[in-house]
Design a protein around this ligand. Structure first.
Ligand code: NDP
Length: 245
Protein backbone atom coordinates (compact mmCIF):
# COMPACT_ATOMS: atom_id res chain seq x y z
CA UNK A 1 0.00 0.00 0.00
CA UNK A 2 0.97 3.67 0.03
CA UNK A 3 4.41 4.57 1.38
CA UNK A 4 3.62 8.28 1.49
CA UNK A 5 5.98 8.89 -1.44
CA UNK A 6 4.71 10.53 -4.59
CA UNK A 7 3.80 8.09 -7.37
CA UNK A 8 3.99 8.88 -11.09
CA UNK A 9 2.83 6.95 -14.15
CA UNK A 10 4.48 7.82 -17.46
CA UNK A 11 3.15 6.24 -20.65
CA UNK A 12 5.59 5.34 -23.42
CA UNK A 13 8.43 5.35 -20.89
CA UNK A 14 10.59 2.55 -22.29
CA UNK A 15 12.58 5.05 -24.37
CA UNK A 16 12.92 8.64 -25.51
CA UNK A 17 11.48 11.57 -23.62
CA UNK A 18 9.18 9.33 -21.54
CA UNK A 19 12.11 7.33 -20.19
CA UNK A 20 14.06 10.48 -19.37
CA UNK A 21 11.00 12.00 -17.69
CA UNK A 22 10.77 8.90 -15.50
CA UNK A 23 14.47 9.25 -14.65
CA UNK A 24 14.23 12.93 -13.71
CA UNK A 25 11.06 12.41 -11.64
CA UNK A 26 12.74 9.43 -9.98
CA UNK A 27 15.77 11.57 -9.14
CA UNK A 28 13.38 13.76 -7.13
CA UNK A 29 12.45 10.78 -4.95
CA UNK A 30 9.20 10.03 -6.77
CA UNK A 31 8.22 6.41 -7.34
CA UNK A 32 8.01 6.01 -11.10
CA UNK A 33 5.85 3.51 -12.95
CA UNK A 34 7.05 3.10 -16.52
CA UNK A 35 4.24 2.26 -18.95
CA UNK A 36 5.41 0.30 -21.99
CA UNK A 37 3.43 -1.55 -24.63
CA UNK A 38 6.23 -4.14 -24.73
CA UNK A 39 6.65 -5.19 -21.10
CA UNK A 40 10.14 -6.62 -21.65
CA UNK A 41 11.34 -3.24 -22.93
CA UNK A 42 9.65 -1.52 -19.99
CA UNK A 43 11.30 -3.86 -17.53
CA UNK A 44 14.73 -3.32 -19.09
CA UNK A 45 14.21 0.44 -18.81
CA UNK A 46 13.07 0.16 -15.17
CA UNK A 47 16.12 -1.97 -14.38
CA UNK A 48 18.39 0.79 -15.71
CA UNK A 49 16.73 3.32 -13.43
CA UNK A 50 16.88 0.99 -10.42
CA UNK A 51 20.64 0.72 -10.92
CA UNK A 52 20.74 4.52 -10.67
CA UNK A 53 18.98 4.27 -7.28
CA UNK A 54 15.53 5.17 -8.56
CA UNK A 55 12.37 3.52 -7.25
CA UNK A 56 11.10 2.31 -10.63
CA UNK A 57 8.86 -0.43 -11.94
CA UNK A 58 7.36 -1.28 -15.30
CA UNK A 59 3.78 -2.05 -16.28
CA UNK A 60 2.41 -3.30 -19.56
CA UNK A 61 0.50 -0.37 -20.98
CA UNK A 62 -0.44 -0.29 -24.63
CA UNK A 63 -2.48 2.88 -24.40
CA UNK A 64 -4.82 1.78 -27.18
CA UNK A 65 -5.67 -1.43 -25.33
CA UNK A 66 -8.58 -0.89 -22.88
CA UNK A 67 -7.70 -4.06 -20.95
CA UNK A 68 -4.16 -2.74 -20.28
CA UNK A 69 -5.52 0.63 -19.19
CA UNK A 70 -7.95 -0.97 -16.77
CA UNK A 71 -5.32 -3.36 -15.40
CA UNK A 72 -2.89 -0.51 -14.71
CA UNK A 73 -5.55 1.41 -12.77
CA UNK A 74 -6.36 -1.69 -10.71
CA UNK A 75 -2.67 -2.32 -10.00
CA UNK A 76 -1.96 1.27 -8.90
CA UNK A 77 -5.06 1.26 -6.69
CA UNK A 78 -3.96 -2.00 -5.06
CA UNK A 79 -0.29 -1.11 -4.58
CA UNK A 80 -0.43 2.63 -3.89
CA UNK A 81 -4.07 3.63 -3.32
CA UNK A 82 -3.48 6.90 -5.22
CA UNK A 83 -1.65 8.47 -8.14
CA UNK A 84 0.08 11.85 -7.89
CA UNK A 85 1.36 12.35 -11.43
CA UNK A 86 0.14 11.13 -14.81
CA UNK A 87 2.26 11.93 -17.86
CA UNK A 88 0.42 11.09 -21.08
CA UNK A 89 3.63 10.84 -23.08
CA UNK A 90 3.05 7.93 -25.50
CA UNK A 91 2.77 9.25 -29.03
CA UNK A 92 3.18 8.37 -32.68
CA UNK A 93 3.90 10.26 -35.87
CA UNK A 94 3.13 8.46 -39.13
CA UNK A 95 4.12 11.15 -41.63
CA UNK A 96 7.28 13.22 -42.10
CA UNK A 97 7.05 16.82 -40.91
CA UNK A 98 6.73 19.31 -43.73
CA UNK A 99 4.91 16.97 -46.10
CA UNK A 100 1.44 18.39 -45.46
CA UNK A 101 -0.70 15.34 -46.07
CA UNK A 102 -4.24 16.68 -45.90
CA UNK A 103 -5.04 15.21 -49.33
CA UNK A 104 -2.86 12.11 -49.27
CA UNK A 105 -3.00 10.91 -45.66
CA UNK A 106 -4.79 7.58 -45.44
CA UNK A 107 -7.85 7.38 -43.25
CA UNK A 108 -6.11 4.51 -41.46
CA UNK A 109 -3.07 6.64 -40.57
CA UNK A 110 -5.30 9.50 -39.49
CA UNK A 111 -7.40 7.27 -37.25
CA UNK A 112 -4.39 5.44 -35.79
CA UNK A 113 -2.64 8.70 -34.98
CA UNK A 114 -5.73 10.05 -33.23
CA UNK A 115 -6.22 6.72 -31.45
CA UNK A 116 -2.81 6.93 -29.76
CA UNK A 117 -2.22 10.66 -29.44
CA UNK A 118 -5.75 11.76 -28.53
CA UNK A 119 -8.31 9.08 -27.62
CA UNK A 120 -5.87 7.05 -25.56
CA UNK A 121 -4.74 10.01 -23.49
CA UNK A 122 -8.40 10.49 -22.60
CA UNK A 123 -9.09 6.86 -21.75
CA UNK A 124 -5.92 6.56 -19.64
CA UNK A 125 -6.78 9.79 -17.81
CA UNK A 126 -10.38 8.70 -17.20
CA UNK A 127 -9.24 5.40 -15.76
CA UNK A 128 -6.78 7.10 -13.42
CA UNK A 129 -8.73 10.20 -12.43
CA UNK A 130 -10.27 8.57 -9.33
CA UNK A 131 -6.72 7.82 -8.09
CA UNK A 132 -5.43 11.30 -9.01
CA UNK A 133 -8.30 12.73 -6.95
CA UNK A 134 -6.88 10.90 -3.92
CA UNK A 135 -3.56 12.76 -4.27
CA UNK A 136 -2.79 15.92 -2.30
CA UNK A 137 -1.53 17.51 -5.52
CA UNK A 138 -2.57 15.61 -8.64
CA UNK A 139 -0.75 16.64 -11.81
CA UNK A 140 -1.64 15.61 -15.37
CA UNK A 141 0.77 16.39 -18.20
CA UNK A 142 -0.50 15.89 -21.74
CA UNK A 143 2.54 15.68 -23.96
CA UNK A 144 1.56 17.74 -26.95
CA UNK A 145 3.81 19.50 -29.44
CA UNK A 146 4.26 23.01 -30.78
CA UNK A 147 2.91 21.38 -33.98
CA UNK A 148 -0.50 21.33 -32.27
CA UNK A 149 -0.61 25.14 -32.21
CA UNK A 150 -3.34 26.38 -34.56
CA UNK A 151 -2.24 29.96 -33.99
CA UNK A 152 1.33 29.31 -35.16
CA UNK A 153 0.24 27.08 -38.08
CA UNK A 154 -2.03 29.87 -39.30
CA UNK A 155 0.66 32.54 -39.06
CA UNK A 156 2.88 32.93 -42.10
CA UNK A 157 6.49 33.26 -40.98
CA UNK A 158 5.99 31.41 -37.68
CA UNK A 159 8.62 28.75 -36.90
CA UNK A 160 6.18 25.94 -37.77
CA UNK A 161 4.33 27.54 -40.70
CA UNK A 162 6.01 25.20 -43.22
CA UNK A 163 6.26 22.23 -40.81
CA UNK A 164 2.85 20.73 -41.47
CA UNK A 165 2.14 17.04 -40.82
CA UNK A 166 -1.64 16.91 -40.78
CA UNK A 167 -2.51 13.75 -38.82
CA UNK A 168 0.06 14.41 -36.09
CA UNK A 169 -0.59 18.15 -35.86
CA UNK A 170 -4.38 17.76 -35.67
CA UNK A 171 -4.10 15.01 -33.05
CA UNK A 172 -2.01 17.29 -30.83
CA UNK A 173 -4.43 20.19 -31.38
CA UNK A 174 -7.24 17.89 -30.22
CA UNK A 175 -5.13 16.88 -27.20
CA UNK A 176 -4.72 20.57 -26.36
CA UNK A 177 -8.51 20.96 -26.46
CA UNK A 178 -8.74 18.11 -23.96
CA UNK A 179 -6.25 19.89 -21.68
CA UNK A 180 -8.36 23.05 -21.67
CA UNK A 181 -11.65 21.24 -21.12
CA UNK A 182 -10.34 18.92 -18.41
CA UNK A 183 -8.62 21.77 -16.55
CA UNK A 184 -11.91 23.67 -16.59
CA UNK A 185 -13.77 20.65 -15.24
CA UNK A 186 -11.19 20.17 -12.48
CA UNK A 187 -11.11 23.83 -11.45
CA UNK A 188 -11.40 24.08 -7.67
CA UNK A 189 -9.78 20.65 -7.16
CA UNK A 190 -6.13 19.97 -6.28
CA UNK A 191 -5.47 18.61 -9.78
CA UNK A 192 -3.64 20.66 -12.41
CA UNK A 193 -3.66 19.76 -16.11
CA UNK A 194 -1.30 21.20 -18.70
CA UNK A 195 -0.03 20.54 -22.22
CA UNK A 196 3.73 20.28 -22.74
CA UNK A 197 5.86 20.93 -25.81
CA UNK A 198 9.17 19.17 -25.08
CA UNK A 199 11.06 20.98 -27.86
CA UNK A 200 12.51 19.34 -30.96
CA UNK A 201 14.41 16.51 -29.32
CA UNK A 202 16.88 13.86 -30.49
CA UNK A 203 14.73 10.73 -30.14
CA UNK A 204 13.52 8.11 -32.56
CA UNK A 205 10.63 10.43 -33.41
CA UNK A 206 12.64 13.66 -33.32
CA UNK A 207 15.60 12.15 -35.27
CA UNK A 208 19.27 13.05 -34.97
CA UNK A 209 18.60 16.30 -36.80
CA UNK A 210 16.92 17.69 -33.66
CA UNK A 211 18.84 20.34 -31.73
CA UNK A 212 17.82 19.31 -28.18
CA UNK A 213 19.29 16.53 -26.10
CA UNK A 214 16.84 14.17 -24.39
CA UNK A 215 17.84 15.39 -20.91
CA UNK A 216 16.61 18.88 -21.84
CA UNK A 217 13.62 17.53 -23.76
CA UNK A 218 12.21 16.00 -20.57
CA UNK A 219 12.44 19.23 -18.57
CA UNK A 220 9.04 20.65 -19.55
CA UNK A 221 7.23 17.41 -18.66
CA UNK A 222 9.05 17.24 -15.31
CA UNK A 223 8.37 20.90 -14.54
CA UNK A 224 4.63 20.52 -15.21
CA UNK A 225 4.47 17.22 -13.33
CA UNK A 226 5.88 18.84 -10.19
CA UNK A 227 4.13 22.22 -10.20
CA UNK A 228 3.50 23.75 -6.80
CA UNK A 229 0.04 24.76 -5.55
CA UNK A 230 0.28 28.18 -7.21
CA UNK A 231 1.27 26.74 -10.59
CA UNK A 232 -0.91 27.13 -13.69
CA UNK A 233 -3.58 24.76 -14.95
CA UNK A 234 -5.08 24.62 -18.43
CA UNK A 235 -1.91 25.98 -20.09
CA UNK A 236 0.40 25.02 -22.95
CA UNK A 237 4.09 25.40 -22.18
CA UNK A 238 7.66 24.89 -23.31
CA UNK A 239 10.34 25.35 -20.65
CA UNK A 240 8.16 27.68 -18.60
CA UNK A 241 7.08 29.82 -21.58
CA UNK A 242 3.45 29.80 -22.75
CA UNK A 243 2.82 28.74 -26.36
CA UNK A 244 0.03 30.21 -28.49
CA UNK A 245 -2.87 27.71 -28.76
P1 NDP B 1 9.83 8.09 -29.30
O1 NDP B 1 9.38 7.61 -30.62
O2 NDP B 1 11.26 8.01 -28.92
O3 NDP B 1 8.99 7.38 -28.12
C1 NDP B 1 7.61 7.25 -28.20
C2 NDP B 1 7.14 6.39 -27.06
O4 NDP B 1 5.72 6.23 -27.17
C3 NDP B 1 7.75 4.98 -27.11
O5 NDP B 1 7.96 4.50 -25.79
C4 NDP B 1 6.65 4.19 -27.79
O6 NDP B 1 6.69 2.79 -27.51
C5 NDP B 1 5.45 4.85 -27.12
N1 NDP B 1 4.19 4.47 -27.75
C6 NDP B 1 3.76 4.67 -29.02
N2 NDP B 1 2.55 4.11 -29.18
C7 NDP B 1 2.20 3.55 -27.99
C8 NDP B 1 1.09 2.83 -27.51
N3 NDP B 1 0.06 2.52 -28.29
N4 NDP B 1 1.08 2.44 -26.21
C9 NDP B 1 2.12 2.73 -25.40
N5 NDP B 1 3.21 3.38 -25.79
C10 NDP B 1 3.25 3.79 -27.08
O7 NDP B 1 9.31 9.60 -29.23
P2 NDP B 1 9.61 10.81 -28.23
O8 NDP B 1 10.21 10.33 -26.97
O9 NDP B 1 10.27 11.85 -29.02
O10 NDP B 1 8.11 11.30 -27.97
C11 NDP B 1 7.50 11.36 -26.69
C12 NDP B 1 6.33 12.35 -26.79
O11 NDP B 1 6.85 13.66 -27.07
C13 NDP B 1 5.33 12.04 -27.90
O12 NDP B 1 4.03 12.26 -27.45
C14 NDP B 1 5.70 13.02 -29.00
O13 NDP B 1 4.62 13.32 -29.83
C15 NDP B 1 6.14 14.22 -28.17
N6 NDP B 1 7.00 15.17 -28.88
C16 NDP B 1 8.25 14.80 -29.30
C17 NDP B 1 9.06 15.71 -29.96
C18 NDP B 1 10.46 15.38 -30.42
O14 NDP B 1 11.10 16.26 -31.03
N7 NDP B 1 10.99 14.22 -30.14
C19 NDP B 1 8.59 17.08 -30.24
C20 NDP B 1 7.28 17.37 -29.73
C21 NDP B 1 6.53 16.44 -29.08
P3 NDP B 1 7.49 1.75 -28.46
O15 NDP B 1 8.94 1.84 -28.07
O16 NDP B 1 6.86 0.44 -28.13
O17 NDP B 1 7.26 2.18 -29.88
Amino acid sequence: MSTGKKVALISGANKGIGFETARQLGQQGITVILGARDLAKGEAAAEKLKKEGIDARAVKLDVVNPADVKAVAVLIEKDFGKLDILVNNAGVMSEPIGTNTTTTVSEKALRETFETNFFSAISVTHALLPLLKKSDAGRIVNVSSILGSLGLHATEGSPIYEAKAFAYDASKTALNAYTIHLAHELKGTKIKVNSAHPGWVKTEMGTDAAPMEIADGAKTEVELATLGPDGPSGGYFHLGEAIAW
